[in-house]
Ligand binder design. Structure first.
Ligand SMILES: Nc1nc2c(ncn2[C@@H]2O[C@H](COP(=O)(O)OP(=O)(O)O)[C@@H](O)[C@H]2O)c(=O)[nH]1
Ligand SMILES: [Mg+2]
Length: 214
């Protein structure tokens, strides 16, 4: 990478950070908590949002990030709450979301009565962790089917998050995976991480999640 490229990248990140900080302050002043969900594709983010929507109703809303399709926003809409879909495929297929895009989405949404805004970031454990989207809390979702080693292999997503949701715990009896090893690896890369274990299918562990949100 030559010096010019380094300069451009720094400028992009500082512009993103500035908008992110303004957005965070704006939402704080409106009394809205903003949680950014990051994970691999298929870890259960949308299912988590669907069940959370059924529990908390229209006090929450969700911005969905995917490269293509409005499938997730349609699922969230069917769960009875406001959803907004960002497709990065329309502008190059980026593998992350940026604060300016969240700002534009929020400007088109009705935040009346909203207590928590969620962003379901693009599914991967790499790029989303590099961009501050203006959230108060970054949360990484890790399903038990992904293996114990993922926090060690993709540390940044875990180091930029303060909450790790270990999802799909209903599947544990069918898997050769050790929950204690998953948690130990999470603590190795982020000793301060809060961990919530849950199943959005059975509702196990959901009380702790809902209490955390409240
Ligand atoms: N057994 C089980 N399956 C789940 C759970 N949560 C999600 N799934 C399934 O995992 C697949 C991917 O879920 P989805 O919410 O679309 O993941 P996303 O890509 O992270 O949004 C779907 O087939 C879900 O039904 C769970 O808690 N338990
Ligand atoms: Mg999804």
């Amino acid at each position: 990478m030559d010096k010019t490229e380094v300069k451009v990248m720094k400028n992009i990140l500082s512009a993103n950070d500035k908008i992110a900080e303004e957005l965070r302050n704006d939402l704080t002043s409106k009394g809205i908590a903003f949680i950014n969900l990051m994970s691999s594709p298929g870890s259960g983010k949308t299912t988590l949002m669907e069940r959370t929507a059924r529990e908390l109703g229209n006090k929450i809303c969700v911005i969905e990030g995917d490269i293509q399709t409005t499938l997730d926003a349609e699922r969230i809409g069917k769960a009875g709450i406001q959803a907004y879909q960002i497709n990065t495929g329309a502008f190059g297929g980026d593998c992350h979301l940026e604060s300016a895009w969240i700002r534009s989405a929020i400007d088109e949404m009705d935040l009346t009565g909203i207590k928590t805004l969620f962003v379901e970031n693009i599914g991967n454990l790499v790029c989303p962790a590099e961009f501050d989207v203006g959230a108060h809390t970054n949360a990484v979702v890790l399903s038990v089917t992904e293996g114990e080693d993922k926090p060690l292999k993709y540390p940044l997503a875990f180091q930029t998050s303060s909450l790790c949701i270990i999802s799909k715990i209903d599947l544990l009896p069918y898997l050769d995976i050790n929950m204690e090893d998953i948690k130990e690896n999470i603590k190795k890369v982020n000793p301060k991480m809060k961990v919530i274990e849950l199943s959005a299918k059975t509702g196990a562990g959901f009380e702790e999640w809902i209490n955390f949100l409240k």
